[in-house]
Design a binder for this molecule. Structure first.
Ligand SMILES: [Zn+2]
Ligand SMILES: [Zn+2]
Length: 318
C-alpha cells in the first residue's frame, strides 16, 4: 500500500484551495502541481520541509489535467527538481503552445448566441495568472492503461475524459485509493468544460457522453478512499456517482422541457434561463454545462439543431 501525504495549496480561484498528493515511496511522485503563485510555492516548500523533504526529492509529477489550478507549478517543479512531468498528450498540447483562452473559443461562443457584452464580461474576468506551460522534452505522456511503479506499490493510470479531454486518474488497487483530480468532487458536479477536437478546429467534443461512460467504469472499481482535487477525501464513490447521474438526467429533462414549452432557443438563452445570475467567467462554465447537455439530447435524438448566421438554434422533436 502506498503512503500518501496530502498537501492543501491556496488558489486565487472561486473553487478554493486545491489538493495535491505526494506518494512517499521511491520514486517520490507528486500528483498535481497547484497554481503558479508565490503563496502556493511557499506552502508546498513548507509542507515538504515538515517531512524533512525538499523539492529535489521529487522524481515525478503527474498532472491529472492542464487546468491552471492543477498544472501551474509543473514547469517550475521540473526546473527546480528535475522531475519529469507525466500527463495525457491532449493536456500536453494545451501546455506546449501559448494559448489565448478566448481565441480558441470564439467560434463556440458565436454558436451559442452569446452577445458581445457577455463575451466582454468574460474577458474582463479572465485568469490573471500566466497560461501554464510545460516544455515538451520534460514531459512523459500517459494515455491510460499504464502502471507507475513504486518501491511499495503501483498506481494504475485511467484516462477519464469529460471535465478535461485528457483527464487522468490514478488508482492504487491494493490500497483502494483513487486519485480523482476533478473527475469526482465531493460537493460540486465537475463542469463538462467545452473542448474542441485538435484535429478539426471548431468541432466540439461530446464531453458529457465521455464523462458518463467514465463514471460507469469507475463505478465498477473497488475503492475505499477517493482523494479529490478539491474538498475532503471521501468513501462510497458509488453513492456520489449515482447522485451525479441523477443530476445530469434531471438537467437533461429540464432543458428538454424548456425547449418544449418555449420553442426554439440558443444555448445562451437556455443558460440564462437555467442560471440567471451568472457573472464573469462563470458565464463560460454555464454555457459549457448547457451545451454539453444539449449535445447529449441531440445524440439521443430528442433535440434538433439548425444554424443561421453562425448561431445554433435548438428545438425539441415533437
Ligand atoms: Zn479542472
Ligand atoms: Zn480543479
Amino acid at each position: 500500500m502506498l503512503p500518501i501525504y496530502h498537501i492543501l495549496l491556496p488558489t486565487p480561484y472561486p473553487v478554493g484551495p486545491v489538493n495535491i498528493y505526494l506518494i512517499l515511496s521511491e520514486p517520490y511522485t507528486l500528483i498535481d502541481a497547484g497554481p503558479d503563485t508565490d503563496e502556493a510555492r511557499a506552502v508546498l516548500e513548507k509542507a515538504l520541509a515538515e517531512r524533512d523533504l525538499s523539492l529535489s526529492d521529487l522524481k515525478r509529477v503527474v498532472l491529472t489535467h492542464a487546468h491552471s489550478d492543477h498544472s501551474g507549478l509543473a514547469d517550475w517543479l521540473h526546473r527546480v527538481s528535475g522531475a519529469r512531468i507525466f500527463l495525457h498528450p491532449f493536456e500536453l498540447a494545451k501546455l506546449i503552445r501559448p494559448q489565448n483562452f478566448f481565441d480558441d473559443r470564439l467560434a463556440f461562443l458565436a454558436e451559442t448566441g452569446c452577445p458581445l457584452t457577455a463575451i466582454q464580461e468574460m474577458l474582463a474576468a479572465r485568469d490573471r495568472l500566466p497560461h501554464p506551460r510545460v516544455s515538451e522534452d520534460c514531459a512523459v505522456t500517459l494515455r491510460g492503461g499504464e502502471e507507475l511503479s513504486f518501491e511499495e506499490g503501483v498506481l494504475q493510470v485511467f484516462h477519464l475524459p469529460g471535465h478535461a479531454q485528457g483527464h487522468l486518474c490514478l488508482y492504487d488497487r491494493e490500497g483502494g485509493h483513487f486519485f480523482a483530480g476533478d473527475f469526482l468532487l465531493p460537493h460540486i458536479t465537475p463542469n463538462p468544460v467545452a473542448e474542441f477536437d485538435p484535429g478539426q478546429p471548431g468541432k466540439r467534443i461530446k464531453v458529457l457522453s465521455f464523462y458518463l461512460q467514465g463514471l460507469e467504469r469507475i463505478n465498477g472499481l473497488e475503492i475505499t478512499t477517493v482523494w479529490p482535487g478539491h474538498g475532503e477525501a471521501f468513501s462510497d464513490h458509488r453513492r456520489l456517482i449515482a447522485a451525479y447521474r441523477a443530476h445530469h438526467e434531471s438537467r437533461l429533462r429540464y432543458i428538454l422541457e424548456l425547449l418544449r414549452t418555449r420553442g426554439e432557443l440558443t444555448v445562451y438563452q437556455l443558460t440564462r434561463l437555467a442560471f440567471p445570475d451568472l457573472k464573469g467567467f462563470a458565464i463560460f462554465l454555464g454555457l459549457s454545462e448547457i451545451q454539453a447537455h444539449v449535445d447529449l439530447l441531440q445524440d439521443r435524438g430528442l433535440v434538433a439543431a439548425r444554424k443561421q448566421d453562425k448561431v445554433l438554434y435548438y428545438r425539441a422533436w415533437d
